[in-house]
Design a protein around this ligand. Structure first.
Ligand SMILES: [Zn+2]
Length: 89
């Protein structure tokens, strides 16, 4: 059996953790391949699903509040720290 191709594999061949994948997805620096893989992963991984859903909601919220302008980086960092805490518990 061949392993499913994980487009999130790092250059040294190590597997990305959920956190690594989430980070990349939220940075929007992903290929279509990675996006598809991640969406499939969300179906099987509730913590990822919840976090991703939450992050996207926050992003949308910030976008609408800030009229598409720049969001203060401090705010993003603070929100992400709160989310990271939720995942690790
Ligand atoms: Zn996951």
């Amino acid at each position: 059996m061949s392993k499913p191709n994980n487009p999130f594999l790092k250059e040294d061949g190590t597997k990305c953790t959920c956190m690594d994948m989430l980070q990349q997805m939220l940075d929007s620096e992903v290929t279509n391949e990675q996006r598809d893989y991640f969406k499939q992963h969300l179906d099987n991984c509730m913590p990822c699903y919840k976090t991703y859903d939450l992050e996207m909601t926050i992003k949308e919220l910030l976008k609408s509040k800030c009229c598409g302008g720049d969001v203060p980086p401090d705010l993003i960092i603070e929100l992400q720290a709160q989310i990271n805490q939720k995942i690790s518990t």
